[in-house]
Design a protein around this ligand. Structure first.
Ligand code: 5AD
Ligand code: SF4
Length: 518
């Protein structure tokens, strides 16, 4: 299916929100069903689940269509980003498209002519934040009827969300998803011309488009996508539905992008994917994985390379062997475990056991003795017992992670876990989260304390948030360091002696002039 056929078949144009803009919220549910039937086919998580065999097409021919050039003259855009780094990076691409259309960026919603909310669907509270924000923006939209307000990102891929926006927030002008951000010029143009809500959400992923413009946030650190989508289908997770099937970018494109960033003076690259360890598994013509890619990138003259996020199941020996070469490949590995109980892991469909995870950790620690590990953990998965939760605590102690992102399980409509009966009361889940967080803090504090008196390399990002006289930056193991130093150190890697470990951060003093490590 070519792009035009896809647009015609999957795009839903519109739900009429001109006359209905006011009345849509007053409709009865019967009216509503009829209304949807006539004008609107929602995005479908069921369709999003399908994994077709069709080959991914790669395109290098993105152009701003002639008729849209200058559309943004005299107009300003504002994008608010929720969620993960993938979303942050999508925002950079959309900012690139806006600028190519002639729009200017603005830091505040008040003077924006277009506002986009780039949303996250991972947990209910992420979604609630967006609905709350829409509530706030309603007043602004009333004040400025010409303002265009759009919702994009992962939430747009969910039928229930689109329906709720139609019902409760009919003043939204456009909704588009994660697979068609390159269609932003067309969507904007339609939204300007039409009095109706423009909805263009593709349930199935599209092709890989290589040459989209990007405006990166900052000039020190950069995100580089290496793959899109996820095929793992952990039972709690919405991502395989909102981001589609796994599609890897070709290595030569990635290497070219990293080389360009190095030439522009960027100091740190983070390779991005929902499951970076599955990189290359979809290539039909070669056997090439993340280890091979990292080995190539290792040779590029750029001081720091990170990658995120890993899945323990696909983390292979080749990658460990390459990471052990060190140099610009940083020894901080984020390795989400989710639970320390093999029984829970099985129901989560993580496809590894506690023992396999611990073996992997051992392998990594043997090959890279100074590696720092961080993780993600979900507590209160349906029917998680006290004993199973205790296993999570004991695994945490055994691995001694540097830190962790911890979450209470949040049912996501359309996922298998959301259909499971759950006998764990919310009170118990909250208490488990508190106990886990206490352990995370305890070990984290202990690990930070070990830094006192040591010298670390810090990539200086700018002034500290709380004190403009103090500089702040991150170590190779992603510890935030505050120290006094010359402003000329910003953007450089400098050596800092750690004087004091605080709860979450380190205080230090610069020990030399700015020195590049590599
Ligand atoms: N509920 C709670 N946490 C979740 N995560 C993913 N899905 C859910 C969910 N339904 C967490 C996982 C993942 C991180 C990005 O978010 O720990 O690694
Ligand atoms: Fe949120 Fe996942 Fe989408 Fe990232 S990919 S924005 S974490 S739902």
């Amino acid at each position: 299916m070519n792009e035009q056929q896809r647009i015609d078949s999957q795009k839903v144009t519109v739900a009429d929100n001109s006359a209905d803009k006011k009345s849509v919220s007053e409709k009865t549910s019967a009216d509503f069903a009829k209304y949807f039937e006539k004008t609107y086919q929602p995005p479908s998580l069921k369709d999003a689940k399908k994994r077709g065999k069709e080959e991914v097409q790669y395109h290098n021919d993105f152009k701003i269509p002639e008729q849209f050039k200058g559309m943004g003259q005299g107009r300003k855009f504002y994008i608010r980003t929720y969620g993960c780094q993938m979303n942050e990076h999508d925002t950079e691409v959309m900012a690139g498209i806006f600028m190519a259309l002639g729009y200017e960026p603005t830091d505040g919603v008040e003077d924006a002519n277009v506002i986009l909310l780039n949303t996250c669907a991972i947990r209910e509270n992420a979604e609630n934040k967006v609905f709350g924000e829409l509530g706030h923006l309603k007043a602004l939209k009333k004040e400025k009827p010409d303002l265009l307000l759009g919702v994009c990102g992962c939430m747009s891929q969910e039928e229930s969300v689109v329906n709720r926006i139609l019902k409760v927030h009919p003043f939204v002008d456009m909704i588009f998803g994660t697979h068609n951000i390159h269609r932003l010029p067309n969507i904007l143009s339609e939204a300007y011309l039409s009095k109706e809500m423009v909805i263009e959400v593709w349930s199935k992923e599209g092709d890989v488009i290589e040459n989209l413009p990007k405006i990166r946030k900052g000039n020190i650190k950069a995100w580089v996508n290496i793959m899109y989508g996820c095929d793992k289908f952990c039972t709690y997770c919405i991502v395989p539905y909102t981001r589609g099937k796994e599609r890897s970018r070709r290595p030569e494109e990635i290497i070219h992008e990293v080389r360009q960033l190095a030439a522009q003076g960027y100091k740190e690259i983070t390779l991005l994917g929902q499951n970076v360890n599955a990189y290359g598994k979809d290539f039909e013509d070669m056997n090439y994985g993340l280890g091979d890619l990292m080995d190539e990138i290792h040779k590029i003259d750029i001081p720091r390379i990170r990658f995120t996020t890993s899945h323990p199941r696909d983390f292979d020996d080749r990658l460990i062997e390459v990471l052990a070469k060190g140099g610009n490949l940083l020894d901080h590995i984020h390795l989400p475990v989710q639970s320390g109980s093999s029984e829970v892991l099985k129901i989560m469909a993580r496809k590894y056991t506690r023992e396999r995870y611990l073996e992997l950790v051992q392998k990594i620690k043997t090959a890279i003795p100074n590696a720092s590990l961080t993780t993600d953990i979900i507590v209160g998965f349906p029917n998680e017992t006290d004993e199973q939760f205790e296993e999570t605590l004991s695994l945490y102690r055994e691995v001694e992670f540097d830190s962790a992102y911890t979450f209470i399980y949040s049912p996501r409509e359309g996922t298998p876990a959301a259909k499971m009966k759950d006998n764990v009361p919310m009170e118990v889940k909250k208490e488990r989260l508190q106990r886990l967080n206490a352990l995370v803090n305890e070990i984290s504090a202990k690990k930070l304390k070990e830094y006192e008196g040591k010298i670390v390399n810090v990539l200086v990002e700018g002034e500290s948030k709380n004190n403009p006289d103090v500089l702040a930056g991150y170590t190779e193991k992603s510890k935030l360091v505050n120290f006094r130093g010359p402003k000329s150190a910003v953007g450089q890697i400098v050596k800092v002696k750690i004087i004091k470990a605080k709860t979450w951060t380190l205080d230090g003093e610069m020990v030399e002039e700015a020195v590049e490590v590599i």
